[in-house]
Design a protein around this ligand. Structure first.
Ligand SMILES: [Zn+2]
Length: 427
């Protein structure tokens, strides 16, 4: 809101003087003089958004001020009195009364020398910042509030109704996120942003979803639509990438910078984190590890190719193989259990499953050499039953074998929280 208190005698388009808002301006002005204290760098004002500090260099006791401008805020400096020099990076500029300087965020250290009074304005540090993490899946959407230590403070789940338009779904999800903040007593000002994970091909730069077969979205301006309801910065990414980020931040991959995560559910998703960042190649869309071919001219895959990893190791593919030999629809748990109890036909199915997954795993390790490979999704419940034969296989078949530094292979630790925490860590 701007109130006009003086108009320099100018007139509007109609040739008349423009309205002044003196009464309104007076009503919101603090006219109590600021008491000068002895300290050289007192606080002048604080609001929800900005902090203003007073700089006083007397040229005797205080001749020089050293400041630092982090990524979190710019520094805006207004010289009220005096003169001197301001130095930032390679640049030195002299100043006098009335000059102002804007040092952009992340500029690093700067110095002010001379005799002057100045106001230094920065963005106020948020108290206990919170991030919103949204994990849109094919069946449900997880919404959570995550603190700076990657701890999930509160969450809720919304069912996904694909009969709703994307815009309608986004509205519902965003409103649920706002309600969650309200219920936790967290002001929107405390929220530093919202990260959103979506299945499908994501254009992270443009903030849109190009295509998602799971939720039947095509060309959805996700960031723009969410922005209509959530007045905070927004970032988006593929949900398998978010799950990997979540495990990297707070789960099995904590302390690791190079992580590959295979999310095995109805399909097989893959997330690759290199140097702590999502690897997404040069263009749009991330890695599609589930669609590496492990059997030439093999089984048909949902993507249209033949012999993809997904066609052999998804939960659906495993269930189909088991049904063919047992005549029943069995869960992965039941299949592995019965196999270990001596059901020969299911034992063969389970062994073939481990062989195929092992082939994919060896390929992943040979290509990326990560610190850890994490298995997430509904297959994560199989634990050591699946992990120990996979580790054997990787040790036997990876290039370099026991002479190479092979990655750890672990199950995901966070379950459904991984996607929410990972989405939040996009901010
Ligand atoms: Zn495929």
């Amino acid at each position: 809101m701007t109130y006009r208190v003086y108009d320099y005698g100018r007139v509007g388009k109609d040739g008349k003087k423009r309205d002044l808002h003196i009464e309104k301006a007076l009503a919101v002005t603090n006219r109590v003089p600021i008491i000068r204290d002895k300290s050289s760098y007192p606080h002048v004002a604080d609001c929800d958004y900005f902090t203003v500090d007073k700089l006083n260099l007397d040229g005797k006791v205080m001749k020089r001020m050293e400041g630092s401008v982090s990524e979190e805020s710019f520094a805006s400096i207004l010289i009220l009195e005096g003169k001197g020099e301001i130095i930032c990076g390679e640049e030195t500029l002299s100043f006098q009364k009335g000059d102002s300087f804007f040092i952009s965020a992340g500029s690093g250290s700067y110095q002010i020398e001379g005799v002057c009074d100045a106001l230094v304005t920065t963005i106020r540090e948020k108290a206990a910042p919170v991030r919103i993490g949204i994990d849109i899946g094919s069946r449900e959407t997880g919404i959570g509030l995550v603190d700076i230590h990657d701890k999930l403070l509160a969450s809720r789940v919304l069912p996904v109704d694909v009969s709703h338009s994307p815009e309608k779904m986004i509205e519902e999800i965003a409103k649920a996120a706002l309600l969650l903040l309200e219920r936790q007593g967290i002001a929107i000002d405390q929220c530093v942003g919202a990260g959103i994970g979506v299945p499908g091909t994501i254009d992270r730069k443009a903030g849109g979803v190009r295509y998602s077969n799971n939720i039947r979205w095509e060309q959805v301006r996700l960031k723009e639509e969410f922005g209509k309801y959530l007045p905070v910065p927004i970032n988006i990414a593929n949900n398998a990438d978010c799950a990997a980020l979540g495990e990297a931040a707070a789960g099995a991959g904590k302390e690791c910078q190079d992580i590959v995560m295979l999310t095995i559910g109805a399909g097989v998703g893959g997330g690759v984190i290199l140097d702590g960042e999502i690897y997404q190649g040069k263009g749009v869309g991330g890695s599609e590890l589930g669609h590496m071919v492990i059997v030439e001219d093999g089984k048909e895959c949902t993507c249209g190719r033949k012999g993809c990893l997904e066609a052999y190791v998804s939960v659906n593919a495993l269930a189909k193989e088991a049904e063919a030999v047992s005549g029943k629809m069995l869960s992965p748990e039941e299949i592995f259990c019965r196999a270990s109890e001596g059901d020969m036909a299911l034992k063969e199915v389970a062994e073939d499953y481990v062989r195929k997954l092992g082939t994919g795993m060896v390929n992943i390790v040979n290509i990326f050499r990560p610190q850890i490979v994490i298995i997430g999704g509904s297959m994560a419940g199989q634990g050591e039953r699946l992990l120990s034969p996979l580790r054997e296989r990787v040790l036997k078949d990876c290039f370099g074998g026991s002479n190479a530094e092979l990655p750890e292979i672990q199950m995901a630790a966070l379950g459904k929280e991984a996607g929410i925490i990972g989405a939040a860590s996009l901010m």
